[in-house]
Design a binder for this molecule. Structure first.
Ligand SMILES: O=C1O[C@H](COP(=O)(O)O)[C@@H](O)[C@H](O)[C@H]1O
Length: 272
């Protein structure tokens, strides 16, 4: 089961980032109230990293118990561990290094140098996801899926940026990764956006998240956003396939919204 998309449009990217930060903090606090911990899947790119900076700038940042937040990534560039091309390195610089996170709860995908190929790093990441899922279900002896390899833990909120070509995470149009139906993580080679080697969650893994939030700003994304929300196929328009189980929320600015079907638009009040 997956939730139909809802769209929230903000006047510009700075209002959008502040709104994303406010929603994210609230989401994490709510998940901690419910489960005692919260699990977030981060994304890279302009909006993913901008959102993290905005969380750090919010006075409410300290409302979250960061020691009880589990952090995963939706995709990673398969380069050396200290490369500033890595989404994890950028996320640390933007926010994570200043938070009192529990290092054991921060699960970075593997890097070149640690693994020979992007496929090897992807398999390792999938294994760690499956272990985390199994640990969540250890107490539930009646759960027959406890030891399945293609599992992921509960994702409370999974963030995705969207490229001008409508890619999400590192799932690019017409490439093998977007067609994957079994594995939770794939290695990606020859990505059209550099760097060419990557690892990515697949659509089945993304769609297991409770909430999926699409973070998009800029006129250059308007075509991709319009196609995704008009019901294009995910192989051609990967963003169209990303849905959460209970919520699919498009958080976008006015420039990215110019081709969104009118019936999907819910306008947020402009800031004073
Ligand atoms: O390469 C990537 O691109 C997407 C979108 O990035 P943006 O800068 O166009 O917002 C990003 O979400 C993904 O994590 C990243 O690896």
């Amino acid at each position: 089961m997956s939730a139909d998309p809802r769209v929230s449009i903000h006047p510009d990217s700075s209002v959008l980032l502040a709104a994303i930060a406010a929603r994210l903090i609230t989401k994490l606090v709510d998940a901690q109230d419910r489960y005692g911990e919260a699990t977030i899947v981060l994304t890279g790119g302009s909006m993913g990293i901008g959102a993290l900076k905005a969380v750090g700038e919010s006075a409410a940042c300290r409302a979250v118990n960061w020691s009880k937040v589990n952090v995963w990534w939706g995709d990673e560039r398969f380069v050396e561990a200290d490369s500033t091309d890595r989404n994890t390195v950028q996320a640390r610089a933007a926010l994570l290094d200043r938070l009192p996170l529990d290092p054991e709860r921060v699960r970075e995908p593997g890097a070149a140098g640690e693994f020979a190929t992007s496929d090897d790093a992807a398999a390792d990441y999938a294994r760690r996801l499956a272990e985390a899922a199994a640990a969540e279900h250890d107490a539930d002896v009646s759960d027959s899926r406890r030891s399945e390899p293609n599992r992921v833990p509960r994702f409370d909120v999974l963030l995705l940026g969207v490229g001008p070509d409508a890619h999400v995470a590192s799932l690019f149009p017409e490439m093998a990764g977007i067609r994957e139906t079994e594995r939770t993580v794939v290695g990606v080679e020859n990505a059209p956006k550099p760097p060419p080697s990557r690892i990515s969650l697949t659509l089945p893994a993304i769609k297991s998240a409770d909430e999926v939030w699409m973070l998009v700003a800029g006129e250059d994304k308007a075509g991709a956003v319009g196609l995704a929300l008009a019901g294009a196929g995910p192989v051609q328009v990967p963003a169209a396939g990303a849905r959460g189980r209970s919520r699919t929320l498009w958080l976008i600015d006015a420039a990215a919204a110019s081709r969104v079907p009118e019936e999907l638009v819910r306008k947020e009040p402009a800031s004073a």
